[in-house]
Design a protein around this ligand. Structure first.
Ligand SMILES: Cc1cc2nc3c(=O)[nH]c(=O)nc-3n(C[C@H](O)[C@H](O)[C@H](O)COP(=O)(O)O)c2cc1C
Length: 151
């Protein structure tokens, strides 16, 4: 879904944790590591951020939470959108604890419409549900609209 959105948007950078693994946050020395410095610089320069997140055990992945810890105060005041990959419909609100933390800890603005896809929305790696594609475009366009208005 993130790859699909990357094609739809201009001036966007896709940061894939699979290609750019980040260390587990220790709240201390990790902040001096080059990959973390680079990640924090990217976060700092971003006008808006869309996180594409898998859902496990009714919550966002540990990798997503770790990225927030590593981003730290660079996240301040950012505009956030969310794309969720889940197994079923019942976990729709799983992203809310992360959204709350971003709002309260870092004063972030959350786009109030998420993209939430389940296994039936895919055929292998391909998005088979056109509605998901439309929602992805809508989320991307909305992130740009709100970012332009607030920056
Ligand atoms: C350990 C584990 C826990 C999961 N917990 C949930 C869950 O609470 N709610 C849900 O809708 N899907 C759950 N799923 C399904 C995943 O959200 C789904 O597989 C999604 O595609 C995640 O990305 P992945 O397939 O790349 O791991 C879980 C999957 C695993 C492996």
């Amino acid at each position: 879904m993130a790859k699909f959105l990357e094609k739809h948007l201009e001036d966007v950078e896709f940061f894939d944790l699979q290609d750019n693994p980040l260390p587990i946050c220790d709240g201390d020395e990790c902040y001096d590591l080059p990959e973390v410095l680079d990640f924090r610089e990217k976060v700092k320069n971003a006008k808006g951020i869309i996180m594409a997140i898998p859902i496990y055990n009714f919550n966002v992945s540990s990798g997503a939470k770790n990225a927030v810890e590593l981003g730290g105060r660079m996240l301040y005041d950012k505009i956030f959108g969310f794309i969720c990959a889940a197994g079923g419909k019942s976990s729709y609100m799983s992203v809310m604890s992360l959204a709350n933390s971003l709002m309260i800890d870092f004063r972030c603005y959350i786009i109030p419409k998420f993209v939430y896809a389940i296994k039936h929305d895919f055929d292998g790696e391909i998005i088979s549900n056109k509605e998901i594609e439309e929602r992805l475009k809508e989320l991307g366009d909305e992130l740009i609209r709100v970012s332009k208005a607030l920056n």
